[in-house]
Write a protein that binds this ligand. Structure first.
Ligand code: ADP
Ligand code: ZN
Length: 517
């Protein structure tokens, strides 16, 4: 069995798990039957794809959404994974190819549309290839009372019983009746159930633009003297200079990074675990093995890599459920550094664009004009009601300005170019910059060309990021980070609502703070 965490980065290029994923992947890898309830967009596919790749043999994936299956198969193949789909849309040649791969034992994931399950021959095929796991996407389709009932889903339970194989079921529908019905119809015995919201209400969330970062950090730590905390830094050198500064200011701080020898690292981990009131200034290398319930704060002295990494790192605070504080500092240098890390990495071009997209989403969160927790949770697919009252934005509403027209122009550029481009190209269109790419695609002839000259490139960048932060625009990782409109954008596009965006971020961009991307 291969290590799923290693596959997460080597195959999918992700730096960390999303909330909930790791526990589910672990349970499936341990051979348990699992029913996982996760919001749409929460990252369910990875929860069966990773265990499928980690083990020997083939995993059968049942999904009712043919387009989605095809997208997944294409993305997996691009990542070098042997995957195939048998659907009503498969032609003879494709089917033949899949059968060959199955017989050679090459295929890792076999996607199948439910109507295929009941077809003559399918049971025999599956008995021959003996999948080691059945993964059921949209498992609520097995519920007769639900709105999505698929009679063919009833075949899955029979198939599982006949093959005597492990089953993992996924759905976004959480109500108890549906859950009961899924358990009854799909599983032989009650599965392990994962049902957990992503919210950590005891964590206070805050971001601040860097002004005098060392002083900002000292002030934050001074106000929490004697408490245990982690300060995450972007570089090894910075863990050391910050630990020094904190020690000079009368705190007890240790540096921690992957360049230290193993004994020194272990010593720091043990001291942090056992002593009270210790601060660790660390790179992301710190935290995996740390299980200290009473960490009272996590500060990011520098911007993390992605929202996933941010969530995982702040999540180490307040495991005991008592209030804990978080603070993330960010500035133009961080953005430049993170961009350079992406650009200089070894990943293929499409993955780099996707990484830029993820960084943009994090910046959108940093600059959100709305409740930060709502922005964070909506990124993971949840839609909380009301503002949280426990984030810096809820504490003090930032100054905003009307950006309705700007947003409509941005949406129009996205739509007129077929939702196929990232922010950089769209901004060139809006500002009327006739780059080679713009001219090659004939985008200088669009009515949107040059309609956005009132804003600089940097200001447009902020507008796009905020629109991503509000989940009006979403970068599509499967399509090289191309931006597309979400449902949330429609009322604004139709002029039914307006949009207010943050003023301070625009002011900083206008001052030319960062290299636009
Ligand atoms: P669901 O099936 O739950 O609706 P998906 O599996 O399609 O969600 O995932 C939603 C998006 O989240 C996809 O674009 C996927 O690439 C991305 N994603 C999933 N897991 C991670 C992760 N650990 N890090 C970054 N992005 C992720
Ligand atoms: Zn809030």
């Amino acid at each position: 069995m291969q290590d799923p965490a290693a596959l997460l980065s080597s195959v999918f290029g992700f730096d960390s798990f999303r909330p909930g994923q790791q526990d589910i992947v672990q349970a499936v890898c341990d051979g348990r039957d699992v029913l996982a309830i996760m919001p749409t967009g929460g990252g369910k596919s990875l929860c069966y794809q990773l265990p499928a790749l980690a083990r020997d043999g083939v995993t059968l994936v049942v999904s009712p959404l043919i387009a989605l299956m095809r997208d997944q198969v294409r993305a997996l193949r691009e990542a070098g994974v042997a995957a195939g789909a048998l659907t009503s849309a498969s032609d003879a040649e494709e089917t033949e190819e899949i059968f060959r791969a199955l017989d050679d034992g090459r295929l890792k994931l076999l996607y199948m549309a439910p109507e295929r399950l009941a077809r003559a021959g399918t049971a025999r095929l599956l008995e021959r290839v003996k999948p080691t796991l059945i993964a059921v996407d949209e498992a609520h389709c097995v519920s007769q009372w639900g709105h999505d009932f698929r009679p063919d889903y009833l075949e899955i339970g029979k198939l599982r019983a006949r093959l005597g194989v492990q089953l993992a079921a996924f759905t976004a529908t959480a109500d108890e009746e549906t859950r009961e019905e899924i358990t009854q119809r799909l599983f032989g015995a009650p599965p392990q159930v994962f049902l957990r919201g992503f919210d950590r209400p005891n964590l206070h969330l805050a971001f601040r633009p860097k002004d005098k970062p060392r002083e900002q950090l000292l002030r934050f730590v001074d106000a929490r003297k004697g408490q245990s905390g982690i300060v995450y830094c972007a570089s090894r050198a910075r863990t050391e200079t910050l630990a020094d500064a904190l020690n000079k200011a009368g705190h007890t701080a240790l540096a921690y990074h992957a360049g230290m020898d193993p004994d020194a690292r272990r010593l720091a981990e043990t001291r942090f675990q056992r002593e009270d009131g210790l601060i660790v200034c660390a790179t992301v290398a710190f935290g995996m093995g740390v299980d200290k319930p009473d960490i009272r704060y996590v500060a990011h002295a520098d911007l993390p890599k992605s929202i996933e990494a941010y969530y995982q790192e702040i999540g180490r605070a307040g495991r005991d459920g008592d209030p804990a504080e978080t603070l993330t500092l960010y500035g133009p240098d961080d953005i430049r550094l993170r961009r350079a890390q992406v650009d200089e990495g070894l990943a293929p071009a499409e993955r780099k664009e996707a990484d830029h997209g993820r960084l943009n989403a994090l910046l959108g969160l940093a600059e959100t004009p709305w409740c930060r927790r709502r922005a964070l949770l909506s990124y993971f697919g949840e839609s909380p009601e009301g503002d949280c009252g426990a984030c810096d934005i809820c504490d003090e509403k930032p100054e905003t300005h009307d950006a309705t027209v700007a947003a409509q122009k941005a949406f129009s550029a996205v739509l007129r170019t077929g939702e196929s481009f990232g922010a950089g190209h769209l901004i060139d269109i809006l500002r009327g910059t006739p780059t080679q790419k713009v001219r090659d695609r004939g985008h200088d002839r669009l009515p949107t060309f040059g309609v956005g000259q009132e804003f600089s490139k940097g200001e447009w960048q902020v507008i796009f990021r905020q629109l991503m932060g509000l989940d009006h625009l979403r970068p599509d990782a499967a399509r090289h980070g191309a931006l597309r409109l979400t449902e949330k954008a429609r009322p604004l596009l139709r002029g039914e609502t307006g949009l207010m965006l943050r003023k301070d971020a625009m002011t900083r961009a206008a001052a030319g703070g960062e290299r636009p991307q």
